[in-house]
Design a protein around this ligand. Structure first.
Ligand code: SF4
Length: 406
């Protein structure tokens, strides 16, 4: 039974963007030296050490008002073809620096709406990736899907191209909520995508939900949760909507008064956790649920789960190369992020420069903080003796300290 410390929640009550991992991107520095990036590439990547890849496809054809992602709203599909040409340029720059074909264990497409690509464009980008990377032992190849424009044929084509995981954006089924956030989407849209993924034998399916959206009610969201349980995805992510119109402009079209109170949000979270765990899902960390036989639940139980900017992952902290506008990657103990706007992304690549905007090198304190925050976000706890074991830090109990001071 989930219990909230209402006093603590009230004391710390504030809106903040969804927490991904430490350090958050706003702590990255514009002074991050590109020379350091080359050093990190050389020092951390080796031919036999598989890497993860993240590809950001920023285009969407409609705007969801709650959205805090880096996206470009457009109806001009020719943008995608041009973008893929530049993605190849960026990939080529990296592979030329490495001078070998890196092995990939995990490949993820996020956005924006990567599922807005056509079948030919998906095939084309996978051809490019296979040309420069070795995907023969890729365990996980995944894409974020917007079911509103995704046909079953699109999913079949993903399978043909080696994809084995999808994540579906669903958020809430209540028509009033959907209208208020400008995202009208039927249950059937998601159903057909999940059915196609199962037909293709995908390894895992995920559905994203959001609580705290305008006009959301406990009863309405209960209906959404009931319908999702019937859909039976392997994983469910349940995110809290943070209303920050000063940072995310489109949110200013959501009226403050329409947002549910903190009490309703807490009741919604509590109801969701109870229903999903009663239905057999394992509650993982802050905001994820997984079927007990899903790899994420298994790695959670084994203590081998990881968290990065794409959320929870079953892989130990493999280095991640990221491509596309605003994408974030990490190499050893440094993080980097690409420029956020398309023009400057194209400009860098036209001049054969890596399009890196900012980054951060973690020092020992950061590494310790990252470890503790990650542990808490997984298990809502951490063990002092593990810190002693990993970091060589010894802790004194109060009475031991007093004894020493006497
Ligand atoms: S939620 Fe997804 S589809 Fe909607 S605007 Fe954001 S990135 Fe695009």
């Amino acid at each position: 039974m989930l219990q909230f410390d209402l006093g603590l929640i009230e004391k710390c009550q504030n809106n903040a963007p969804r927490y991904t991992s430490y350090p958050t991107a706003d702590k990255f520095s514009l002074d991050y030296p590109i020379s350091n990036h080359y050093v990190q590439l050389k020092n951390n990547l080796e031919p036999n050490k598989p890497i993860s890849i993240y590809i950001h496809i920023p285009f969407c054809n409609t705007l969801c008002l709650y959205c805090a992602c880096n996206k470009i709203i457009t109806n001009d599909r020719s943008n995608i073809a041009k973008y893929l040409i530049y993605l190849e340029k960026e990939i080529k720059l990296y592979v030329a620096l490495l001078n070998y074909k890196p092995k990939v264990i995990q490949l993820h497409f996020g956005g924006g709406s990567p599922s807005w690509m056509s079948n030919n464009e998906v095939t084309e980008i996978m051809k490019i990736i296979n040309k420069y990377f070795d995907l023969s032992s890729a365990h996980e190849v995944s894409m974020e899907i917007d079911p509103r424009h995704t046909s079953q044929d699109f999913i079949f084509n993903l399978a043909k191209n080696g994809f084995n995981r999808i994540s579906i954006g669903l958020q809430d089924l209540d028509p009033k909520v959907q209208k208020a956030v400008n995202r009208i989407q039927s249950l059937e849209d998601s159903q057909k995508v999940l059915v196609a993924a199962r037909k293709c034998g995908f390894r895992s399916t995920n559905v994203d939900l959001i609580y705290g959206l305008p006009f959301q009610t406990l009863l309405g969201f209960e209906n959404t949760i009931d319908e999702i349980i019937k859909l039976n995805p392997d994983r469910i992510a349940l995110f809290n909507y943070a209303h920050l119109p000063n940072i995310f402009m489109p949110q200013s079209r959501i009226c403050d008064a329409d947002i549910p109170s903190p009490q309703v949000k807490l009741a919604t979270l509590s109801m969701s956790v109870t229903k999903l765990t009663d239905a057999g899902y394992i509650f993982i960390g802050m905001d994820h649920f997984a079927r007990p036989d899903d790899e994420l639940a298994i790695s959670y139980k084994n203590g081998t789960m990881q968290r990065n900017f794409q959320g929870y992952s079953t892989f130990a902290d493999t280095n991640m190369l990221s491509f596309g506008v605003s994408s974030i990657g990490f190499l050893g103990s440094s993080y980097y992020q690409n420029v956020k706007d398309l023009d400057s992304y194209y400009h860098h690549l036209d001049n054969n420069h890596l399009p890196i905007m900012r980054g951060i090198m973690l020092d020992n304190d950061d590494i310790l903080r990252k470890y503790i925050i990650t542990e808490i976000s997984f298990y809502l706890d951490f063990l002092l003796h593990i810190l002693t074991h990993i970091f060589g830090i010894f802790f004194l109990l109060n009475n031991e300290l007093n004894h020493m001071l006497d």
